[in-house]
Design a protein. Structure first.
Length: 282
């Protein structure tokens, strides 16, 4: 295990993002506790991580057997499982009230731990309002899919201790990823830029400028983006993109107002890859 990493990391929320974060720390040699809302969802999270590790092993990207890596994972519905963690990362849905409640509960269970949020756009100042030690709180915005993504956006809250940012940069490097550090602002750097591009691509599709595939190809071949903005939206989830756009529109103005096509697809239940239909058919 890399000495720069916390020995035991808690992840609250074992969905796609939480499982991916767990995968990253496990592969780097850490121990991980996933806390979920029920025994059933905890078991599903354990299976999700196991499947991810098996795929990595099949590609030859693990330095040790997948079963040995998975042996360092515990998944539970009991928040007391966080008590021995040095770092706790919340990865629950993008709901400010839910995240704030999860973080406050985690602080009670692991009072000496560093707390982190995986939010892609919400205010850290707001999420920290209920914490006793906001200096030990920061953002660690991982990108989907976490196991193969190279970037982690470190977000400094208004009261985050400077030394903690330095430690977080070491953690990210130890995971084999590249950190960028931003201040607490709506959408940070990545979501603000990514959503801005995606919303304009949606408006172009809505206006009949080009097909979804051709708009995406313009960015992948013309600007060397690995994935186009509309396909990326399908991967992230149209409902997630809509929520972020609405938040940015409230904070930054009408240039982030979601297009009709996005609202219509979400209302119809077409949320992207997870439902089989979005801007593309999956």
């Amino acid at each position: 295990m890399n000495a720069d990493l916390p020995r035991t990391v808690g992840v609250v929320g074992g969905g796609r993002m939480g499982a991916g974060i767990a995968h990253a720390f496990l592969v780097a040699g850490g121990h991980v506790v996933i806390v979920e809302s029920s025994a059933e969802t905890a078991a599903a999270a354990r299976d999700r991580v196991g499947d991810s590790l098996a795929k990595a092993a099949a590609k030859g990207t693990l330095a040790e057997p997948a079963q040995e890596v998975a042996s360092r994972l515990r998944a539970t519905a009991d928040r007391a499982g966080l008590s021995g963690c040095e770092l706790v990362i919340e990865a629950v849905p993008e709901d400010a009230a839910l995240k704030a409640e999860v973080l406050a509960a985690a602080e009670k269970q692991a009072p000496g731990a560093v707390l982190a949020t995986n939010t892609s756009s919400l205010s850290l100042a707001g999420l920290a309002a209920g914490l006793a030690a906001p200096g030990r709180f920061l953002g660690l915005h991982f990108f989907n899919p976490v196991p193969v993504s190279d970037l982690v956006e470190i977000v400094a809250g208004p009261r985050t201790e400077p030394e903690l940012l330095t430690r977080a940069q070491g953690w990210v490097a130890a995971l084999g990823k590249t950190p960028i550090t931003v201040t607490d602002s709506p959408g940070f750097a990545s979501s603000r830029l990514g959503v801005c591009l995606a919303l304009e691509a949606m408006r172009m599709l809505e206006e009949g400028v080009a097909s979804a595939a051709d708009i995406d190809t313009a960015m992948t071949l013309g600007y060397r983006h690995p994935v186009g903005p509309l396909r990326t939206t399908d991967l992230v989830g149209l409902d997630v993109r809509l929520a972020i756009a609405e938040h940015l529109a409230r904070e930054l103005g009408p240039r982030f107002e979601p297009p009709r096509i996005l609202r219509g697809l979400v209302a119809a239940g077409h949320l992207g890859r997870k439902t089989g239909q979005g801007f593309y058919t999956w």
